[in-house]
Design a protein around this ligand. Structure first.
Ligand code: FAD
Length: 418
């Protein structure tokens, strides 16, 4: 590393990755300046204001295995009540229902599967055998392949695949099982269903996604002498690099092209649509989160349970699909119809808001590029969900990548000082 080993560090991007890096460096006493193009921090997990009302840019779900994100949230003072913690429960409005028992792995899943309904016992026992086989090979395949081919090989492609593995794959990796990386999927199974007690718990945000971590993180950074500049797009990295000896670039993969063309690569994305339907205030689901399996909608979240937004239901549709051909109005109607079919007596919604994130996550396929934290450019570091060596692009992958970049910066400063 050339230049000073003491000067401030610049971070481009105030998403979860950039803010994790900023918090980790600020906590070590390193001065940081964060430059964010948007008006609020959070990136692909942020609050958006539309037609005079705040929404999340997309409904998010965390799990107990998000160790590093939960640790950093505690560090910057986010109260535990910001998340609703529920034991893993996959309950469909019609059909399958599974609730993991509060026991250490593998007993929690074992008990849950034995008690589950909607799938024949033989298939439930087969699922346990599949988990045992994956555990024996440490949840890693020598040659990556698609989740669908892994499931077929282990005869997990029947009803258990339809209700359990495929929805878990689409929810965690945001891509169809036919294309999804089995190794990324297995990393998630290892850390959740096979993790310590609480790892498979579902954690539902009760505050908006900017308040959940990036804004308290920005306050923490500023309290430690750093700065977070919003509405400050970085157009020219050369200028930034002339002012800062160390720069962490924590932008989305397609945004690399404008900032560091030398590191750009071809990337294909998968979308996530969140269709908010506003029902009368008294409408309440009997669970905060429920699955649907016969149309476009995959999961519904009752925002009244979570954030006191009574009557607001968020319908989530992950990955590519036929829904992308519909207009927003037609899609909202379609979601309302699917919900109405599944919940007898549900009144018509009074309004809707569709948020289509067309570049929600880079396609998590076998062989997807996962660039190094330290590209071969002096003083430059990469962070972002797409750089994690094993996880699918998620909040936890983003946070871990930020921590890795902060660690690399700190190590290089120590080496330069020595
Ligand atoms: C709708 C949706 C639903 C999702 N659901 C889940 C979920 O349930 N669970 C989960 O774990 N994950 C989920 N994800 C994925 C998760 O949101 C992302 O993995 C994570 O937010 C990525 O964070 P990041 O910091 O790596 O990148 P980003 O959030 O993309 O942050 C990059 C930041 O850099 C800024 N930037 C870009 N260019 C510049 C520039 N030139 N100058 C300054 N700033 C710049 C951007 O504005 C942005 O704020 C979802 C994503 C979406 C879109």
């Amino acid at each position: 590393m050339t230049g000073t080993a003491r000067g401030p560090v610049a971070i481009v991007g105030a998403g979860y990755a950039g803010m994790a890096a900023a918090v980790a460096l600020a906590a070590r006493g390193v001065a940081v300046e964060v430059f964010e193009a948007g008006p609020v921090p959070g990136g692909r997990a942020r609050r958006v204001r539309t037609r005079g009302r705040d929404y999340d840019n997309g409904q998010h779900l965390l799990v107990g295995a998000y160790r590093e994100l939960l640790r950093l949230m505690g560090m910057v003072g986010v109260p535990e009540r910001a998340l609703l913690r529920c034991p893993l429960e996959l309950r469909y409005l019609r059909g399958f229902a599974l609730r993991a028992l509060p026991l250490p792995a593998p007993l929690g899943l074992l008990g849950g599967l034995l008690l589950a309904r909607g799938v024949p016992l033989g298939e439930r026992i087969g699922a346990l055998r599949f988990m045992r086989a994956m555990r024996a090979q440490r949840f890693r395949l020598r040659e990556d392949q698609s989740v669908a081919s892994l499931l077929a090989k282990h005869r997990q492609d029947g009803r258990i695949g339809h209700y359990l593995w495929v929805p878990l794959c689409v929810a965690a990796l945001n891509i169809a099982a036919e294309q999804a990386s089995a190794n990324a999927f297995l990393a998630v199974l290892r850390d959740t269903l096979n993790g310590p007690p609480g790892a498979s718990d579902l954690l539902l945000p009760r505050v908006d996604l900017s308040r959940l971590f990036p804004e308290p993180a920005a306050a923490f950074v500023e309290a430690h002498g750093g700065r977070v500049h919003l509405r400050s797009p970085v157009r020219d990295l050369t200028d930034l690099r002339s002012r800062f000896a160390q720069v962490i670039v924590a932008v989305g993969p397609h945004q690399l092209r404008t900032i560091v063309p030398a590191l750009a690569f071809e990337v294909s994305y998968e979308p996530i649509y969140t269709v908010y339907l506003q029902y009368p205030d008294g409408v309440r689901l009997d669970r905060p989160m429920l699955g649907l399996d016969r149309g476009h909608v995959q999961w519904v979240f009752d925002r009244g349970w979570l954030a006191g937004e009574h009557g607001l239901i968020a319908c989530v549709i992950s990955a590519h699909g036929a829904h992308e051909a519909l207009t927003h109005a037609a899609l909202a109607e379609c979601c309302a119809r699917e919900l109405g079919d599944a919940i007898p007596g549900l009144p018509a919604p009074r309004g809707s808001q569709v948020i289509a994130e067309k570049r929600a996550t880079a396609a998590c396929v076998p062989g997807a590029p996962r660039p190094d934290t330290r590209p071969a450019l002096d003083g430059l570091y990469l962070a972002g969900d797409y750089t994690d060596p094993e996880y699918p692009p998620t909040l936890e992958a983003a946070v871990r990548s930020g921590l890795r970049a902060a660690q690399a910066v700190a190590e290089d400063r120590a080496t330069a000082r020595a």
